[in-house]
Design a protein around this ligand. Structure first.
Ligand code: 13P
Length: 215
């Protein structure tokens, strides 16, 4: 996707993240790598009002270009895309069930095989740090070690993937997982997959899930 197509895709993803219940209001933010720079949502503008020119370009050293101020969370978006060449898009949302677990500082264990879609045996919850800070970015990077999604204590969640479509898919799946885990906790002490079951699920995702695409 070129620059303009990516700006339009980011706006469409922002609108979708609110209509599917993954996020609300001006919470959340999205970034996508385009060659040697990233495009990121501007801070605090309602998604319904966004125009392609409102999306901010950030050089890989953090220099912003555009009409608007970038998302207050530009640091973790940039740090993730700098540290992880395997990832090209980051979706951050205050998704209700992920945030409920994150308020309780809970990781999501392997209560369902879909945990493996995020790359490992669990989805970690990064310890709390103030929004928009380098400290939060550092904690997020640590929680994402070997993973493509994490929760953020007293804050929300994020999912990162090779493309924006995939990152949105993963964000929706992680929120579903959080809802299922929350429901199972209400019924008792949820059992988890054993190491062999989990290893096989991770291997299945590593072999590739879905249609082969070029994105
Ligand atoms: P921005 O509007 O600055 O992107 O902030 C929203 C948010 O979710 C901060 O964590």
């Amino acid at each position: 996707m070129d620059d303009l197509q990516t700006r339009k895709a980011i706006i469409a993803a922002c609108l979708k993240m609110n209509t599917v219940g993954l996020n609300q209001g001006t919470s959340g933010n999205i970034s996508v790598r385009v060659g040697d720079y990233i495009l990121i949502t501007p801070t605090s503008i309602p998604y319904e009002d966004l125009l392609p020119e409102d999306i901010v370009r950030l050089d890989m050293d953090g220099t912003p270009h555009g009409l608007r101020k970038p998302s207050s969370e530009w640091r973790f978006h940039l740090d993730i895309l700098r540290a992880r060449p395997d990832l090209n898009a980051v979706v951050h949302a205050h998704a209700p069930y992920c945030t409920t677990l994150a308020i309780m500082h809970m990781d999501i264990p392997a209560v369902h095989y879909m945990v493996a879609a995020a790359g490992g045996e669990d989805i970690r919850c990064a310890p709390y740090a103030t929004f928009g800070t380098q400290e939060l970015s550092d904690r997020v990077i640590e929680a994402l070690e070997g993973r493509k999604a994490c929760l953020m204590a007293h804050h929300g969640m994020l999912a990162a993937e090779a493309s924006l479509d995939k990152a949105m898919w993963l964000a929706v799946e992680v929120e579903a997982l959080a809802r299922q885990y929350h429901g199972a906790l209400l019924l008792g002490d949820p059992p988890v997959l054993n190491d062999d079951q989990l290893a096989e699920a991770i291997a299945q995702f590593t072999r590739g899930y879905g249609q082969a695409t070029t994105d």
